[in-house]
Design a protein around this ligand. Structure first.
Ligand code: 6DK
Ligand code: ZN
Length: 368
């Protein structure tokens, strides 16, 4: 049993600067500068916990390489790449005004996408059994011709497209558990019946008006995009039920050769950018179900790519739990915060959450 692990110190050097709650800081309006939500802290502290806990000793370190122009262009337009290249010396924004980067930001983004590619290649090649890529900047919002939502390049989309080309992988399922809609990954494979994209997210947080259960892909890809928007306040009960009743059955119908997980941890109980209540034990169970399903469906071939998650104190415990599952650790690190979050009211499935799950559940039968 071996688990690949990608991290590079330069991921922490991607400079998103300051803002004031996602607006430009402006003292004239009382807007005080604050570091960008997508700063290095949460992810760097995940890595530090993985090292300090000793988990790193159970992992196989994989060195990321930057993605080439050719790989970027599997998902993005020449225009998008050209704009990022043009802004790379000075720094700039990837498109929506909320996705800033400093000088060299494109180089870090290439190494993030390349870190996911490396993890996925190692899994497909049998070099490792499964893998976790702890990368930054994130990727699942980036569209073909524009970056958005802190994302410059579509890390998971690029990795999926790249490994299909280089390794001839047939069917890939992407499971996106970031609390925001995985719109970029969905768009990249909108027409493609060989890539199933599943996104479980908080209803209409970001992008605005996106990720409705009615979005199902188009053309030959109709039915191969699945969206499960959950109401705010959903905790472990609702999330585990969503995975059991929608994600796993969808995977079983699709029969993927490889599963990729866009692993955001911003559905955690104290995230500043969303209103969900998932705890480290919830993430552990979600991770376990996905890893077990990969074992049943595709020889255990599963790779996780880190996306969002903004509380620097709690995200490390959530991500650590998932990496432990991948590595088959039997004595897990205790979550010191569990006592505070596990007993929050309404952690168990609520009727309005059940209704949201039922709406997506109905669509699963059309897959495959
Ligand atoms: N933006 C992510 O976690 C990124 O999915 C989430 C991005 C959320 C942006 C939220 C937002 C505004 C609001 C108002 C005006 C401009 C922008 F990609 C990941 F990092 F994973 O409210
Ligand atoms: Zn997110």
């Amino acid at each position: 049993m071996s688990t690949g692990y990608v991290y590079h110190e330069v991921y922490g050097w991607h400079d998103t600067g300051t803002h004031a709650g996602l607006l430009p800081a402006d003292p004239r309006r009382g807007l005080q500068p604050h570091r960008h939500f997508e700063n290095a802290e949460a992810k760097r502290r995940v890595h530090e916990l993985v090292v300090v806990s000793g988990l790193v000793d159970r992992l196989t370190r994989l060195a990321p390489r930057p993605v080439t122009d050719e790989e970027v262009l599997l998902v993005h337009t020449p225009g998008h790449l050209a704009r990022l290249v043009a802004a790379n010396d000075t720094g700039g924004d990837a498109g929506d005004g909320g996705s800033p980067f400093g000088p060299g930001g494109l180089d870090v983004a290439r190494l993030a996408a390349g870190g996911v590619v490396r993890a996925v290649e190692a899994v497909v090649d049998g070099e490792v059994d499964n893998a976790y890529a702890l990368v930054r900047p994130p990727g699942h919002h980036a569209l073909a011709d524009v970056g958005m939502g802190f994302c410059l390049l579509g890390n998971v989309a690029i990795a999926a497209a790249s490994v299909r080309r280089s390794r001839g992988v047939g069917r890939i399922a992407v499971v996106d558990i970031d609390v925001h809609h995985g719109n970029g990954t969905q768009a990249a494979f909108e027409d493609d019946p060989d890539v199933l994209t599943i996104s479980v997210h908080q209803d209409r947080v970001f992008p605005p008006d996106s990720g409705h259960v009615t979005e199902r892909g188009s053309g030959a890809g109709f039915g191969y995009a699945l969206n499960l928007p959950l109401p705010p306040g959903t905790g472990n009960g609702g999330y585990l039920e969503a995975v059991r009743r929608v994600v796993l059955p969808a995977l079983r119908r699709f029969r993927p050769d490889l599963i990729l997980v866009a692993a955001g941890f911003d559905a955690n109980a104290v995230d500043p950018l969303a209103r969900m209540m998932v705890t480290a034990s919830g993430y552990r169970e979600i991770g376990r179900m996905l890893v077990d399903e990969a074992a049943a469906l595709c020889g255990g071939r599963i790779a996780f790519a880190h996306e969002g998650g903004y509380d620097p104190v709690y995200v490390p415990f959530c991500a650590h739990a998932v990496i432990e599952v991948l590595a088959g650790v039997e004595e897990p690190l205790e979550d010191p915060f569990a006592v505070n979050f596990d007993n929050q009211g309404q952690q168990e499935l609520q009727p309005h959450q059940d209704a949201a799950i039922a709406a997506a559940e109905k669509l699963v039968a059309d897959i495959g």
